[in-house]
Design a protein around this ligand. Structure first.
Ligand SMILES: [Zn+2]
Length: 225
């Protein structure tokens, strides 16, 4: 075999180990078997719509999991407490939402530690982790292992941040739902509330809880890494 080809294959293998393998490991076990309902998860909050969302979830007796950003939690500590008190799952989503692949190992470790400490100061230990942009890295996998966080990726990305119409959103949610499926919506968009999430609130009451048969147990028994 030519030397050039060997070097090319070696570099390809190395790139897979450094960047590809943690992505594969983080995203495995997408559909949670043995569950009847669809899991609702909300990323990037808390924001000013999160409390309204919690009211709705309470009214329809649904529970969800919130993947929160450290820099938003410091602005809304009461909302964090409410999420916990009302029995929803709490997941870490990093401190700044900077793309993990644009940070060094040490930068990301620092970002995750900073976020984790904010939860700890409030007496709350997050149980789950979801990477910003779904980009799992060695830094995040090692961090999760050390702190006992289960990785929860999604099976359905609804794209609510780019949609303007509630009906399209609802159709997509219904299409992507299924037993053990995990749908991701956003109650925050980097410090701002997602306007569509506000619109989603009445839909959750009228349609979503019936159509999606949202599980009453938030992620219990999930097996992450
Ligand atoms: Zn996010």
């Amino acid at each position: 075999m030519e030397k050039g080809l060997l070097i090319f294959m070696g570099l390809g293998g190395l790139a897979f180990i450094v960047w590809g393998l943690p992505l594969v490991l983080g995203r495995k076990k997408l559909v949670r078997r043995g569950f009847k309902g669809t899991f609702l998860t909300f990323d990037d909050g808390p924001s000013e719509v999160t409390d309204q969302l919690l009211d709705v979830l309470q009214a329809c007796q649904c529970q969800a999991c919130f993947f929160l950003l450290g820099e938003e939690v410091v602005k809304r500590k009461e909302t964090l407490k409410r999420i916990r008190e009302e029995g929803h799952g709490i997941g870490l989503h990093g401190y700044s939402h900077k793309h993990p692949l644009k940070m060094t190992y040490w930068e990301q470790k620092k970002d995750l530690e900073r976020a984790y400490q904010i939860f700890k100061q409030e007496g709350i230990c997050p149980n789950y982790y979801r990477a910003p942009h779904g980009a799992y890295t060695w830094a995040s996998l090692i961090f999760c292992k050390r702190h006992g966080l289960k990785i929860v990726h999604w099976t359905g990305l609804v794209g609510d941040w780019e949609l303007q119409e509630e009906k399209i959103l609802l159709d997509r949610l219904v299409k992507l739902s299924g037993p053990g499926h995990v749908l991701v919506l956003h109650d925050g968009t980097k410090g701002k509330a997602n306007p569509l999430c506000k619109a989603l609130v009445p839909l959750l009451v009228e349609d979503l809880s019936r159509k999606l048969a949202t599980s009453p147990a938030p992620l219990e028994g999930w097996t992450g890494l």
